[in-house]
Design a protein around this ligand. Structure first.
Ligand code: NOJ
Ligand code: CA
Length: 676
């Protein structure tokens, strides 16, 4: 159609709300992924997706339920489709890779309703070689000044059954579940990222990008292999998302890859976020830290006051000395502030974020930390009492800034939908971890912290949607079962947990997993991994802040393996997933951002594997010293041979093959030191 004819058709369609014109399509730059947008015989808008000419997603509707308007999903006509393309590269201040390419084709489709009010909205699709993002534009006056969304009707309908890895949405323990591995047609209501593998090997992950001032998206299976978005509820309003126009919703993202590795290497969620809004954030430096932490989870120390109190001036000085001696750049101190006595889980309102226990001399410790060059990592556990935290937020952050703190770990330990908020009119409500109001809270903490050059690491957080690009001081978070479950979890994290996390939770962004428990013993239960695997987790699980979680005395007992934890960086120039099967095994290579050295990590489930790694990624002409930490011949994750580790050195060059057999529940960690 010529431009003029298209214009006339658009004008006619607006004037008479004519039936839909021809379907509109947009393809990925390599042409393999094609998105078609159309309206069906009932004038309901939908999209569908083909990959290599075969249907991946069939007719999947678009629309919303409104709290105070008619449902927005029927009597709709496409009135225009505009296209754009982008191919640019941007630099991350820190990350899994330094440079990120944003190469996509875009199509904005506008719809108008055949009704008296002629409501109109747009949907922008961006199609990359490794997936799709789309979001709704509420930018037309016909929608009114405020849009009150009761729920989202976006569908994700898959053409075939396959396998799925998922955790339930909205359940009491938030994200802290072991992953389910079921048929696609066996998923319930899932949190995202939600990962699928279809016959032929196509891997897909559903998630969202740039979740700002909107309710988080859960994905609910409706029937067969058909899913629908449903928004996290609000505790204070029938509408789950309320926004003044104009606004755009978060992006709904569909990563698509021919293998598991491609899912984990996709940057589409980051690309769909806004560039850095904070300006120069070079004050945040990726680092490793230790902390007064594992001792509490083992029950050897306590958060609360008393004879076992962990956060004492003397104990923290011991940790600062240990950190200074071994090159760590932070000491986390939990249980330093008033409020932990009694049942802290139920008493969030008792936490003071400015008053320390008498045996914790914060001022003196700040002086000592400065002298030793090891900042204290702050801790703000809220027990989910956001009202109490927000009332103290500025003073709490000011105190940390005055004490030289550069990173704060926050915590929201409470059941799902039990975060306590206080509103401007004094009323209170209980909210979900993904409610719209919770998105506002987290951004408030992050931006207030940024004013004080402090980075934030929330536990029991809201899900990550790539906002680290826009707010680079939002450096990590928990949001899955971490190391703490190996202390007291029933059951602890099994060998398949990490090879699953890499392709589920980790698709959303960095995780403060707190690896490195080389003593391989929790509170009365052994860790389900070999010691080489414990080291591998520093490469497998990305975070710009990595904890060495074990007790200093345990590291003294495992000095040879500890060397890898001291050496491994927390910031990368490149990251390559070399080989993987979701939930079974994963092998990752990463290049240090501050040297020419490379690191390798491998991990397997309960099955041992004879893994060989071809060193194709090394620089030609250079010789590297491979410092290898691998499972010994008798290693097995169950029993005393989980400590069987072989540590050896070899000279290698590009193209060489390293044989790195993994024991059941095992793995390997390799440092490749670049020579001349
Ligand atoms: C749960 C966090 O995940 C853990 O790391 C922390 O120690 C406790 N809450 C106490 O804040
Ligand atoms: Ca937790």
């Amino acid at each position: 159609m010529t431009k003029l004819l298209r214009r006339i058709a658009i004008l006619l369609a607006i004037a008479f709300a004519l039936p839909a014109q021809a379907a509109e399509t947009v393809a990925s730059p390599d042409g393999r992924i094609v998105v078609t947008v159309d309206t069906n015989g009932e004038n309901r808008p939908f999209y569908r997706v083909e990959v290599d000419g075969k249907p991946l997603m069939t007719e999947s509707r678009l629309g919303f339920l409104m709290a105070d308007q008619d449902k927005l999903e029927r009597r709709l006509t496409i009135v225009s489709a505009t296209r754009a393309s982008n191919d640019s590269t941007w630099e991350q201040p820190w990350g899994e890779r330094r440079f990120v390419r944003d190469h996509h084709n875009e199509m904005t489709v506008r719809f108008v309703e055949d009704s008296a009010s002629k409501r109109a909205f747009g949907v922008v699709f961006r199609v990359f070689d490794d997936g799709i993002g789309f979001r709704y534009l509420f930018d037309d006056a016909s929608m009114g000044t405020t849009v009150r969304i009761a729920d989202e009707l976006t569908e994700f309908n898959f053409a075939a059954d396959g396998k799925a890895w998922w955790i339930p949405a909205g359940e009491w323990n938030r994200y802290e579940y072991l992953y389910e591995n079921t048929a696609v047609s066996g998923v319930g209501t899932a949190l995202t990222p939600l990962t699928f593998r279809f016959e032929g090997g196509t891997h897909v992950a559903l998630h969202e990008a740039a979740l700002v001032d909107f309710a988080g998206m859960f994905v609910k299976r409706v029937r067969g292999t058909h899913f629908r978005a449903t928004l996290a509820p609000s505790g204070s309003s029938a509408a789950r998302a309320v926004r003044d126009t104009p606004f755009a919703t978060p992006w709904r993202t569909i990563r698509i890859s021919k293998d598991a590795a491609g899912l984990a290497m996709s940057d589409i969620d980051l690309n769909l976020n806004e560039p850095n809004k904070l300006g120069d954030t070079s004050w945040f430096k990726p680092h490793k830290y230790v902390g007064v932490w594992w001792g509490m989870h083992l029950g050897k120390e306590s958060w609360e006051s008393g004879p076992k109190h962990g956060a004492t001036t003397a104990n923290v000085k011991k940790y600062i000395d240990f950190a200074a001696k071994h090159g760590f750049e932070g000491v986390l101190v939990e249980g330093w502030n008033l409020g932990w006595d009694g049942e802290w889980f139920f008493n969030g309102e008792l936490f003071s974020f400015t008053e320390a226990y008498p045996d914790y001399d914060f001022e003196e410790l700040a002086r000592y930390a400065k002298k030793k060059g090891v900042p204290i990592v702050g801790h703000h556990e809220t027990s989910g009492d956001v009202a109490n935290y927000e009332a103290q937020l500025e003073a709490a952050l000011d105190l940390m800034a005055a004490r030289g703190v550069k990173t704060i770990k926050t915590g929201y330990v409470t059941d799902a939908h039990n975060l306590r908020f206080r509103h401007a009119d004094g009323s209170e409500s209980r909210e979900h971890q993904e409610s719209q109001i919770t998105t506002r809270h987290h951004l408030r903490v992050v931006t207030e912290a940024a004013k004080r050059k402090i980075a934030i690491n929330p536990h029991e957080p809201i899900k990550d949607t790539g906002l680290r690009r826009t707010y680079p001081n939002w450096v990590s978070r928990e949001g899955a079962r971490g190391m703490e479950f190996n202390a007291w979890g029933v059951p602890p994290n099994g060998p398949s947990h990490v090879p699953t996390l890499v392709f589920t939770r980790m698709l959303s962004g960095p995780m403060d997993y707190t690896p490195g428990v080389l003593s391989l013993e929790g509170s009365g239960q052994p860790l389900q991994m070999t010691q080489a695997r414990a080291l591998a987790e520093y490469v497998l699980i990305y975070s710009p802040i990595q904890m060495a979680a074990d007790l200093p005395e345990h590291y003294e007992q495992h000095k040879a393996a500890f060397q890898f934890i001291k050496d491994v960086p927390a910031d990368w120039a490149q990251s390559l997933v070399l080989d993987a099967a979701v939930g079974e095994f994963v092998v990752i290579a990463r290049q240090d951002r501050n040297s020419a050295d490379w690191y390798l990590g491998g991990g397997t489930d309960e099955t041992g594997r004879a893994t060989s790694v071809k060193l194709d990624f090394l620089d030609r002409g250079k010789t590297y010293t491979a410092q290898i930490y691998r499972d010994g011949p008798n290693a097995h994750y169950q029993g005393p041979t989980r400590f069987d580790i072989a540590i050896e050195q070899r000279k290698v060059k590009k193209g060489d093959v390293l044989d790195l057999p993994m024991a059941p529940g095992g793995g390997f960690a390799v440092r490749l030191v670049a020579g001349k």
